[in-house]
Design a protein around this ligand. Sequence first.
Ligand SMILES: [Zn+2]
Length: 605
Amino acid sequence: MLARNIWRTICLLILFAAIVALPASAQEERPGLYRVTLPATDREARTRLAEQGIAVEAVGPSGVVATVDEAGLAALRAKGLSPLAVEPLDFPPEDEAYHNYEEMMAALSQMAAQRPDIVVLTTAGYSVEGRAIPAVKISDQPEIDDPTEPAVLFMALTHAREHLTVEMALAIVRLFVEGYGTDPALTNLVEQREIYVLPNVNPDGGEYDIADGFYRYWRKNRRPNPDGTYGVDLNRNYGYRWGCCGGSSPVPGSETYRGPAPFSEPETQAVRDFVLARPNITAAISFHTYGELILYPYGYTYDDLPEDMDADDQRTFVALANLMAATNGYRPQQASDLYITSGDTVDWLYGQLGIFGFTFEMYPTSFSPGFYPPGEVIPRETARNFPAVIALTAAADNPRKIIGLGGDATPPVVMLYFTAPDPWLVSTPVTLAAAAEDDVGVTLVAWQANGAAIGMDRTPPFTTTWAPDEPGLYRIEALAFDGGGNVATSEAFTATVYGPADAALDVAGQDAVDLFAPLRLSFSRPVTVTTLALHFEPPVDFQLQAWGETEALIVHAPFRPRTHYRLVLESGLGPQSILRPAQWDFSTRPSRVYVPLISAFEIES
Ligand SMILES: [Zn+2]
């Protein structure tokens, strides 16, 4: 017993030593920077801080922001300055818009929670340091893997410093999450495809690159190598033609170190196993930065058509690359036109599995800003790739259809019809219908008014009901989609939708009217007088001076003196006289009563 206890103690001691040793070495390696907010509400307070050697970076209502290291933080506290907030830095302050690993995971969870009906967030595997490698699936019925539904894969952050690619992956998830049910083309793709996104396949490298508030220009993963260096280049570690042809390095310290064996790294294993488990993936984009290029296989050889490349596939790669390049302005080329690479992701995707895999080298084209463009370019540079993402997703039923081989490249035929009331008033529902046909089958019909979807239907007879809630001129059209992601648009109809007319009363006097003064009612658009519902309180017999459709009318009434009147206008009588209900109050002046000396006399003729 005693011996066992001693042994256990020794084990615990070793464990403790290991635990204590880890943070110590980590601290040595990472100086640690913090963003601190210090209380200072006026310029005098800020000046006092500046006099103490604090570099003020930003001024807010309650304090100033400065960046300090461990020693600086200790010095602040020694001076009796207690920060309102201390945050460890990740991305430098000017690049806050980028998502670090934790923020990315939170954003993914948030989107999965927002649309659980189309988004499932899982884990593809774990990194060297044990971080989860997230996997997103977007499809209707996302829990069911349907091998008959074509699938497409988008992946990001193979290389640690290429942070814009994580934003690209998040933007793709957001595109489909927000587009589902509102954008018919995206809705159809979510329903006809399984869309997979691996938003961060190198989480250790990505975190290491930004850990201290400055960039390390780190590329590889964080594998500790036997010679004391770190990292394997994940884009040289895939198992197709691994280590061949001079396209990678056997030296661990090299930026393009291929690792000790193909798929030696848990990150590439995770991608491999994820793809192998989903044989319906036919097309893929692996996002990198930078260069604004679309690269297609192979990287391992300069030969355009080596033995392991099918001639039709090669034509398909060129055609798809050209198609996508036309949408984003990137330059399409074979990967090896840049330089020889071996063991990269897309060589494996195509060489091993026949998947039409592309490498996108995103913005910018040059070393300035290189790997670290400012956060403000994220929306522009991610949206720039949406048309390419959509086109490749649509082509995934059979990418070869772009060169006319197989697949469904024929769009449906669609006709729009509906009968609208004349005039068509806001909030009046109208049934829109469409006749649509397709050689393979119509999967979705959508109606648009001025480009915005107003209804969708999936089964014939295709109809929707729409009640416009804003007056205006509408261009209405029907769209029909098929399983090939093809779309047809009907001839457009233009319809005017009217809002209720507003009436205004012009009272002749300042604050009171004369007994026989005419009142003038004017309308914001012509109304039909015969259907006006107008009355006075107290009641007065009145006459209207206007005919047919009018924009203004005169009301004649014999008022009584010193009386408070209310003129009430009701709506709802007849379509053209729909008026916003209104009422006006006014008083009449005291009358000057003339008593004739002779009340009546007859003139004899
Ligand atoms: Zn890269």
